[in-house]
Design a protein around this ligand. Structure first.
Ligand code: HGY
Ligand code: MN
Ligand code: MN
Length: 422
């Protein structure tokens, strides 16, 4: 085994950084569980960004920020003209998010850089550590926005004009407000050599099978729709049921329809009504308007297209019956993505060489790697999530699994970086 083959990351340093970053926007639960809330482009997101940029700069990485606020810290290689090997993820969270979703990928990638530096390992190719803007899409749709713009899948202008669901703020103004409106043009002028992202599974499979490593084959299709349902405000006590145009009833009916659509016998589809906002949202008023979202996902895009068609047809039917108007807007639509076969094989071989059991797995969640796959060979490593829980402050991954995933990331990246032996 060559010298670099014996290298391993400093797990205590990595765990310390994970907890230090998680303290920004900390959210505590009733039973000792804790996580973070750092929605994209908020003051807490800015504080999290500043902390990671400080760590990058302390490590001597050259830090660049592009027009959508993606931050890249690069360690030079002997061949400056060679495209960089890249690794990273996101540090924005959902409201009440966990300490590991995205953060593990960014800080493990940083830990790889520090391990190389600490052991004086020079490489032929440059190595870039990245965190992308607004992966969660929680405030501004679509999700994976920063990596999508980086890869040329969404124009910078369109992204900067996105409006926040919480306060209608314009994304570009929020980016200026937190000081991350970088000068580097998007999309990226130079595609990375390759991109590998370490991420928690956020589901129950790896833990259920007792396997420490998931080698991700791809990401399922994603369809996000916003429905604005306009009815007629009315008195809850005096208005007979037969004359109501009640958008809350229609929203409930659509929620039941989504559940029925995704629980047919052979369906792998998942459907979520995650946001429902009523106006005026008062106990004794039949709402005038309800805004709701529908998140549909399926590994088979044909089925996803059919589900979208059925949902649209149902909306027409239920709107006519209740006498409301429904305005439908697509907030995100991504087809299923397959990751690079050679990188997948390399991940598996490297896991075996480290004595780590692994299994191939599909991703239910969206990830930045699926956008990087548009411009360079990309792949992902999953580590187990306790109880399969994520997007929840109780999200947890064991230290040993974090170490296993980060060490596999180190060794896989080294194979692509071409270490230089003096
Ligand atoms: O929605 C997702 O799958 C990811 O968390 N952005
Ligand atoms: Mn994530
Ligand atoms: Mn997430």
């Amino acid at each position: 085994m060559s010298a670099v083959g014996d290298l391993s990351i400093d797990i205590d340093r990595l765990l310390r950084r994970i907890d230090e970053l998680a303290e920004i926007g900390r959210v505590d639960g009733p039973d000792g569980e804790w996580g973070s809330a750092r929605l994209a482009l908020t003051a807490d997101d800015q504080r999290g960004r500043d902390l990671v940029v400080t760590w990058m700069r302390d490590l001597g990485l050259s830090v660049t920020i592009d027009g959508i606020g993606n931050v890249v810290g690069t360690r030079p290689g002997s061949d400056p003209a060679a495209p960089a090997v890249m690794s990273g993820s996101h540090i924005d969270t959902v409201r009440g998010g966990g300490r590991f979703d995205g953060i593990l990928g960014v800080l493990a990638a940083l830990e790889v850089a520090e391990t190389l530096e600490q052991h004086g390992i020079d490489t032929e190719r440059p190595y870039s550590v990245v965190f992308f803007t607004n992966e969660e899409g929680a405030r501004f749709a679509p999700d994976m926005m920063g990596s999508l713009v980086f890869a040329g899948g969404l124009s910078l202008e369109e992204a900067l004009d996105a409006r926040a669901v919480d306060n209608e703020a314009r994304l570009g103004d929020e980016l200026i407000g937190i000081g991350y409106d970088g000068g580097l043009p998007c999309p990226t002028a130079v595609a990375p050599h390759s991109f590998v992202e370490l991420h928690i599974e956020q589901g129950p499979i790896l833990e259920g099978e007792g396997v420490p490593i998931g080698v991700v084959e791809g990401v399922q299709g994603i369809s996000w729709t916003q429905l604005v349902i306009d009815g007629r405000a009315a008195h809850a006590g005096t208005t007979p049921m037969r004359v109501r145009s009640d958008p809350a009833f229609v929203a409930s009916a659509i929620g039941v329809f989504v559940r029925e659509l995704t629980t047919t016998a052979d369906s792998q589809m998942v459907g979520t009504v995650g946001r429902v906002e009523m106006v005026p949202n008062l106990i004794n008023v039949v709402p005038s308007q309800v805004t709701m979202t529908v998140d549909l996902r399926d590994p088979d895009d044909t089925k996803l297209v059919e589900a979208e068609r059925l949902l649209a047809a149902y909306c027409v039917e239920v709107a006519a019956a209740e006498g409301v108007e429904i305005t439908s807007t697509s907030l995100a639509r991504f087809e299923p993505v397959e990751f690079d076969r050679e990188l997948i094989d390399l991940l598996e071989e490297t896991a075996t060489s480290l004595g780590l059991a692994s299994r191939r797995i599909a991703s239910g969640a969206g990830h930045d790697a699926q956008m990087l796959a548009r411009i360079c060979p990309s792949a992902m490593i999953f580590t187990p999530s306790v109880g399969g829980v994520s997007h929840n402050i109780a999200e947890f991954t064991a230290d040993a699994d974090i170490a296993a995933g980060a060490n596999l990331l180190l060794q896989v990246l080294l194979r692509n970086l071409n270490p230089i032996y003096r």
